[in-house]
Design a binder for this molecule. Structure first.
Ligand code: PEP
Ligand code: MN
Length: 364
């Protein structure tokens, strides 16, 4: 896919460091929008955001100020010299945003889930040269996220980036939206797309913003989108996760930005050596797992001949218990150990099922 990198979007901003998009969740009043934007600009933001049309979970919440908020953002842009971005969810939003010279559009998580909406927006942008940032869909579906990029690619949009804002889950957890970092990492591997992390919507609260933003920087994300409001506790939407421009500034200061690589030869040769070692260990692990599966298949054959079911719960509980203890005493995390053991067990069952049913392994 042909993708134009952020540094070539013609924005006139510093892209030698991670880009930082900030501003309030929603534009509420002219004063609040302009002051919040001036505040974050002073603290180091280089793109300004504000939600104009707000997709709320239930009716009755503040659903955005609408068109009249666009000139407020434009004023903030004029006063700071920074580009502005808004969320668009239908063709009418696109029309209004373009009329008001919005510099960058973004597609919200609740829109990315719906191919009809994405297509409508893409169609409205045919022949328009504007950057589009696409948030991940609410549900952890990599293909749906990729599909959105493909729809814009087909109408000729090449200036694209992804925004990782986490994935909804039914359970209340530490996060408002689970990061599931493996999904943005896989998107970037497949599309070679630049990645902006939105810690505000992942965390849902101020306290953990820094930790998530730091993780994104450690994973070499190209930017951050962080909601900031001049008086966050009084915000009309997402109050708990917004920070004052000053706190936003401190967060940026506290971030450690590491280089993605270096020219230092001593460091590089040591890194090469360690990676070589890891490559070898990975090969050995795969060989050992394959050996373990040979044995599982052998057991499967015996079970088949003796007409015994594949799963014996007491054996599995026993294995799990012993291996978990062993893994923990070897310094592995319980989360990893449990997932690993369950996956090994699933694969054993798959292998034995293939034997029992005399089917191909990939079809189990
Ligand atoms: C937002 O950025 O204010 C927003 C509505 O985000 P999301 O689409 O990630 O929920
Ligand atoms: Mn928000």
């Amino acid at each position: 896919m042909e993708i134009t990198k952020i540094k070539d979007w013609g924005l006139n901003i510093d892209t030698s460091k991670p880009i930082v998009v900030s501003g309030p969740c929603s534009a509420e009043t002219e004063e609040q929008t302009v002051q919040s934007c001036l505040g974050v600009a002073k603290q180091g933001a280089n793109i300004l955001r504000a939600g104009i049309w707000k997709p709320r979970t239930r009716p009755g919440s503040f659903e955005g100020i609408g068109n009249k908020g666009l000139p407020w953002l434009k004023t903030a842009s004029r006063l700071t010299g920074l580009p502005i971005t808004v969320e668009v969810a239908n063709a009418r939003h696109v029309y209004e945003a373009l009329k008001n010279q919005v510099d960058i559009l973004w597609i919200g998580a609740r829109t990315t889930v719906n191919p009809f909406s994405v297509q409508e927006i893409a169609d409205a942008l045919k022949g328009v040269d504007i950057p589009v940032m696409i948030k991940n869909p609410i549900n952890p579906d990599l293909k749906l996220w990729m599909g959105a990029f493909e729809r814009f690619e087909k109408v000729g949009i090449t200036k694209m980036a992804a925004i990782h804002r986490g994935f909804a889950s039914y359970h209340n957890t530490e996060y408002r939206n689970q990061p599931q970092w493996e999904i943005p990492i896989e998107l970037r591997r497949q599309l070679d797309i630049e990645m902006v992390c939105d810690p505000s919507h992942i965390c849902g609260k101020r306290e953990t913003l820094l930790q998530v933003a730091q993780k994104a920087m450690d994973l070499n994300f190209e930017g951050l989108m962080i909601e900031s409001h001049i008086t966050p506790d009084e915000a009309w939407s997402d109050a708990a996760q917004q920070v004052t421009p000053e706190d936003f500034g401190s967060l940026l200061n506290d971030l450690v930005i590491r280089d993605s690589n270096t020219q230092n030869p001593a460091f590089n040769s040591q890194l090469d050596e360690l990676r070589h070692h890891i490559d070898e260990i990975d090969q050995q692990i795969i060989q050992l797992i394959a050996k373990r599966m040979d044995i599982a298949r052998e057991i499967g054959k015996n079970k088949k001949e003796n007409n015994i079911a594949i799963l014996q719960m007491s054996r599995w509980e026993n294995v799990l218990d012993k291996r978990m203890k062993y893994a923990l005493s070897n310094g592995l995390s319980s989360k990893f150990a449990l997932q690993y053991l369950q996956e090994i067990h699933n694969e054993s069952i798959r292998q034995q099922t293939a034997i029992m049913n005399e089917t191909e392994l990939e079809k189990v």
